[in-house]
Design a protein around this ligand. Sequence first.
Ligand SMILES: [Zn+2]
Ligand SMILES: [Zn+2]
Length: 128
Amino acid sequence: MTKTISGGCKCGAIRYLGEASDVSTFRCYCRDCQRLTGTGHSEMFPLVAASFQLVGPYSEYQMTGGSGRSTWSVFCPTCGSPLTRRSERMAHCVYVHASSLDEPEEYMPSRSIYTEAAQTWDQPSLNQ
Ligand SMILES: [Zn+2]
Ligand SMILES: [Zn+2]
């Protein structure tokens, strides 16, 4: 049973669509996520990469992730909303930022990662 998930940026220029993946959701406290979101952590919802469609004039930024391999961040060049993350290491998934979903209530974080990088003002609340 697949569920189609949609979302987009604040200004509406960029929209995306994809099938929910059964890979677990996560909350990431790494410094990259902190800088990309401007907050203490990101909330990431996985979609099946093969089903993923992104429509609109997006920008993509490539960087080296904690694993030493490439990761990419897609964002809207007009309003600046962060939209997706993907990586060489997890090529079968595209992770969308949970708050960009049309129905953010579809998301429920299941684990926290890179908790050692968490800021004192945003401590991990999941017991993992
Ligand atoms: Zn936008
Ligand atoms: Zn991260």
